[in-house]
Design a protein around this ligand. Sequence first.
Ligand code: ATP
Ligand code: MN
Length: 475
Amino acid sequence: MQIKEILTLTPVQQEVTVKGWVRTKRGQAAVTFIAINDGSTIHNIQAVVEGNNINEDTLKLVTTGSCVAVTGKLIASVGSGQAVEVKAEKVEVYGTADETFPMQPKRHSMEFLREKAHLRFRTNTFGAIFRIRHALAFAIHKYFNDNGFFYLHTPIITASDAEGAGEMFHVTTLDIKNPPKTETGDIDYKEDFFGRETSLTVSGQLEGELGALALSKIYTFGPTFRAENSNTTRHLAEFWMIEPEVAFYELEDNMTLAEDFVQYVIKYALENCADDLAFLEKRLLDEEKNKPQNERSDMSLIEKLRFVVDNKFERLTYTEAIEILLKSKPHKEKKFQYPVEWGIDLQSEHERYLVEKHFKKPVILTNYPREIKAFYMKQDADGKTVRAMDVLFPGIGEIIGGSQREDDYEKLLSRVKEVGIDPENIWWYLETRKFGSAPHAGFGLGFERLVLFVTGMTNIRDVIAFPRTPKSAEF
Ligand code: ATP
Ligand code: MN
């Protein structure tokens, strides 16, 4: 039985066996208290060893980090802090851990824990994060399933480098020391495994669209890869993306879907991860105590999550956002690092001003200049903007990027050529606009950015088990 379940039992001296890892062991005269955690919950169960019930040599092996099985009677706890405890009658040590075990019961820095990513699951913080991550993933599948979407598995290896979403990782079986060459001296990819140049995908969207233009409502949820050398707290080289794509949706419907979906999954976490969120909320409070007053957030973690669930997101166009930024105090006082004018790609500082200072809630920006957005976005009638939408969150910036897609064959083709993509490379994508084209829209949600928001963590490396970032792929 898992500890989570044992902790809910009514103690009637029934025999239970607890298996897990020892968090702490403390002794008081003839009594020893062992706190055991098996990862099923943030809460430990306490095993009590009295007198010489248990062999002294065995008890010596029970140290922080060791793995044990404790059998005994489940009794009401006399101490505060827990309802039940186990009166140990038998202790089996599966695996010992000496004093070099790095996860000793004290506060470790996040940097230190990243270097020990193989063991950091055994801390309260990372236990909470990965349980919440799981709950969010489950809620995502549940939301789509309950709303008539089909889970489509789009390929991870792709030959289309058409997205312009960032640098790609090449996939090849060629001998990189001595690749075959063409007559002109280039690498001859005809000799490569797939007979052409291939990479790891940066997005499942293009293939997702093909599915939506038959199944009507699909979503993908898979790993994506970007070889962008941006060492920020919001970027990973390998991250998970959720991409719904819906036939007959226009931009407004897309915004409504994004808002409803994000609110649903956050609400799911609030309802199903209360203990873990309470722990992370307290952790965040403690962390913020070390910050100057003006950098502390005015809402606690759970208040912040409720706020997002309970309030409508603010919707405005890119052009309106630029007007707000031009009138803003930081712009007038030249406090923004990057200039503001119509046509710029908004920087994180601009997005955060809009979300955190001006509106103080999530914001959906729409109708961006076509020059700064991808080729597949539907062009607006003004010839200047496209039907794009970005959802911006406090503390994170962009969490979702999406759009209504260009469904007019000629317009799409001319845009493809304009941005320098060879139409031959995506003939299959273009053909969907020739045969039964339909208005459709979709978006991409970066899963780790969502987990970051819900857990209140501040570095994206701490919400994925084994982060892949520039110069780092240790585990
Ligand atoms: P940003 O401007 O933050 O780099 P983007 O415009 O490149 O984002 P999109 O291509 O629209 O992002 O991807 C959709 C979503 O995927 C983003 O809204 C974000 O949540 C997430 N995302 C993008 N790049 C990364 C990354 N390197 N690591 C983690 N998540 C990412
Ligand atoms: Mn990017």
